[in-house]
Design a protein around this ligand. Structure first.
Ligand SMILES: Cc1cc2nc3c(=O)[nH]c(=O)nc-3n(C[C@H](O)[C@H](O)[C@H](O)COP(=O)(O)OP(=O)(O)OC[C@H]3O[C@@H](n4cnc5c(N)ncnc54)[C@H](O)[C@@H]3O)c2cc1C
Length: 487
C-alpha cells in the first residue's frame, strides 16, 4: 500500500507524544501532527501518579522526569482564623520492594511534554507543528488525515490524541457523553511570586458571604514558577487577573504576584467517548475522556492509554494478529469510566465542599488515585495476582525486575527450573536471581509456574502449562470483552 507513514498521531500533548514514542522506539514509522504553532506552555496536569512513572520506565523517560520533579512537598494550610496546619500530603506512602515509586510526583505538564519530545527525537521522529487536522477519511487499507492547509497524510493507522475538543473524534462521528457545569469553575494560572517558601504546597482557605473557597499555590520544581488554583467563595466571581490580585492582596502572610503567565478557567466537564476505535482510527487521552483536574488523573490516564495502544499497534504492524487492536477499547474504556467516576468524586471534595483541600481526601479515594489498582483482569473477585493485574517490581541482587524489563518487551519469570527459551520474550530464571525471595513474595508462584509480563507492565498469563504465543490476543490477560468477542 502507498502510505506516507505507518501511523499518524494527531496531537502532541502527553498522550500523542507517548503513543508516537512507543511506536518509534520499536522502529515503526510515525508522523506526529499538531495544530498549534509550538509546545503548550502552561502547567495544567502537574501531578504524575506513581503507576505512570512505572509504565513510562521502559520508554526511558522516568529517570529524567524524576530528576526534574519532586515527591517531597508537604502541605501547609492557612485557615481564615490565622491557624496554620502542616501535613504530609500522603502519610504512610513510602517506597516498598514491589513499588519503587509510592507517591504522586509534582512536575509541570510543559516539562513532561518537553522530556517526551526530546525522547521522541532520540528515536528520529519530530512533531510537525501548524499541522491542524480537519477531517479523517478511511478505507479498507488505511487512513487519510486531511489538514487545514489541504495536505493529506496517508497511513495504515491513525491515533486521535488531539484533546478534549478532538477533531478526530468528530470526524469519526463518535459521541462524547457526560456533563458540563459552567458554574463549577476554577482559575488556573502559572505565576511567579514573592513571600512564600518553596518547600511547601500552600493553600489558603477563603470564606465569602455565600460559602467557602481556596487559593492553592504549588511551587513547580526545577522552575521559578508556581501553579495557582483559585476557587472563589463568591458565586458570581469573574475568573480574571483583577480577581486574582484582589484575592492575593487579602491573604496573610503577604504574597506579591510578580508575574501572571499562562492562565485558564477550568469548568467542570466530565465526558467519555462512546467508542475508542472506529476501523483503523483510535481515540486516546482527553480525546476519549475528559476529567476534573482534581486528583491529577487526566494526564495519567491519557499516558496509560498511549502505552496500551502503542505496543499493540507496533505488534500488529510487525505481523501480530489484527484482533489485538480490539483489546485496546476493551481494556481502556472500563478504566476510563472508573477513573472518571473517581475524579468526579475527588472533584466534589476539592471543589464543592470548599472547606477541604487537596490533602483532605478520604484515604480510599487517595489510594485509588495512585492508579496501582488499574487492572484488565477478567474476574475482579478472583484472589491473588491474576493476568491483567499490575506486575510488581522486586529487587534482584544489584538490579531490579523493572530495570531488567527495560531490555525486552515481553518478560517471562520462570520459577522452579522452568527457564527455557520463549520466542519473542526474555526469560528470567527466578531461582538464580531471587536471592532475597522478593520475587516469590510478590508473585506467589505455584510450584513450577511461569509468569508472562506484557510490554505495558501488566501480567499477560501465568500457569504451569503451555504458554500462549507472544503477541497473540490470548497472551494479553483476558481483557474485559463481551463473551461473544473473546478469543
Ligand atoms: C485548564 C486545565 C487544567 C488541567 N489540570 C490538570 C491537573 O491538575 N491534573 C491532571 O492530571 N490533568 C489536568 N488537566 C488535564 C490534562 O492537562 C489533560 O488530561 C492532558 O493534557 C491530556 O493530554 P492529551 O495529550 O490527551 O491532550 P492535550 O494535552 O489537550 O493535547 C492535545 C494536543 O492536540 C493538539 N490538537 C488539538 N486539535 C488538533 C487538531 N485538530 N489537529 C492537530 N492537533 C490538534 C493540541 O495542540 C495539543 O497539543 C487539565 C486540563 C486543563 C485544560
Amino acid at each position: 500500500m502507498d502510505t506516507d507513514t505507518e501511523v499518524t498521531v494527531v496531537g502532541a500533548g502527553p498522550t500523542g507524544l507517548v503513543a508516537a514514542a512507543e511506536l518509534a522506539r520499536r522502529g515503526r514509522r510515525v508522523r506526529v501532527l499538531d495544530g498549534a504553532p509550538g509546545a503548550f506552555p502552561g502547567p495544567r496536569g502537574n501531578g504524575i501518579q506513581p503507576r505512570t512513572l512505572e509504565v513510562l520506565d521502559p520508554l526511558g523517560v522516568t529517570d529524567r522526569l524524576v530528576a526534574l520533579g519532586t515527591f517531597g512537598l508537604s502541605f501547609r494550610q492557612y485557615a481564615t482564623d490565622g491557624a496554620v496546619r502542616e501535613r504530609d500530603r500522603h502519610p504512610g506512602l513510602d517506597p516498598t520492594p514491589d513499588k519503587p515509586f509510592a507517591r504522586p510526583m509534582i512536575i509541570p505538564q510543559w516539562r513532561t511534554t518537553q522530556v517526551l519530545r526530546e525522547r521522541l527525537a532520540d528515536f528520529g521522529a519530530a512533531v510537525e507543528q501548524n499541522a491542524r487536522v480537519v477531517a479523517v477519511e478511511q478505507d479498507r487499507n488505511g487512513t487519510t488525515a486531511v489538514l487545514a492547509d489541504r495536505r493529506r497524510v496517508r497511513s495504515r493507522y491513525l491515533v486521535g490524541a488531539d484533546g478534549g475538543s478532538s477533531a478526530v473524534r468528530r470526524a469519526l462521528g463518535v459521541g462524547f457523553l457526560g456533563e458540563t457545569r459552567d458554574e463549577v469553575r476554577m482559575l488556573l494560572a502559572e505565576v511567579e511570586l514573592d513571600g512564600l517558601d518553596r518547600d511547601h504546597w500552600h493553600q489558603f482557605d477563603l470564606v465569602g458571604a455565600h460559602g467557602a473557597g481556596f487559593l492553592s499555590l504549588c511551587p513547580m520544581p526545577a522552575s521559578p514558577t508556581w501553579a495557582l488554583g483559585l476557587r472563589s467563595p463568591d458565586p458570581g466571581w469573574e475568573a480574571d487577573d483583577a480577581t486574582l490580585h484582589a484575592v492575593v492582596d487579602g491573604i496573610r502572610p503577604r504574597v506579591r504576584l510578580r508575574r501572571i503567565g499562562w492562565s485558564s478557567t477550568w469548568r467542570l466537564n466530565v465526558r467519555m467517548a462512546d467508542r475508542f476505535r472506529v476501523g483503523r482510527a483510535f481515540l486516546a487521552g482527553d480525546a476519549a475522556h475528559v476529567h476534573s483536574p482534581a486528583g491529577g488523573q487526566g494526564l495519567n490516564t491519557g499516558i496509560q492509554d498511549a502505552v496500551n495502544l502503542g505496543w499493540k499497534l507496533a505488534a500488529v504492524l510487525d505481523g501480530a494478529e489484527e484482533a489485538l487492536l480490539d483489546t485496546y477499547e476493551a481494556e481502556r474504556k472500563p478504566v476510563a469510566a472508573e477513573v472518571l467516576g473517581l475524579s468526579s468524586e475527588l472533584s466534589r471534595y476539592v471543589l464543592e465542599t470548599g472547606a477541604t483541600g487537596y490533602a483532605d481526601r478520604p484515604a480510599a479515594l487517595a489510594r485509588q488515585g495512585l492508579q496501582f489498582d488499574i487492572s484488565y483482569r477478567a474476574d475482579p473477585g478472583e484472589p491473588g495476582l491474576r493476568p491483567g493485574d499490575r506486575a510488581p517490581d522486586a529487587p534482584l541482587g544489584d538490579t531490579t525486575l523493572f530495570l531488567l524489563r527495560r531490555r525486552a518487551d515481553w518478560t517471562v519469570l520462570a520459577f522452579d527450573g522452568t527457564a527455557e527459551p520463549v520466542v519473542g520474550a526474555q526469560v528470567l530464571d527466578a531461582d538464580a536471581l531471587d536471592a532475597d525471595g522478593c520475587l516469590r513474595r510478590a508473585y506467589e508462584p505455584l510450584p513450577g509456574e511461569r509468569v508472562l509480563i506484557r510490554p505495558d507492565g501488566h501480567l499477560g498469563w501465568r500457569g504451569t502449562g503451555a504458554m500462549p504465543a507472544i503477541g497473540a490476543r490470548s497472551a494479553l490477560g483476558l481483557p474485559r470483552m463481551p463473551a461473544d468477542r473473546q478469543g
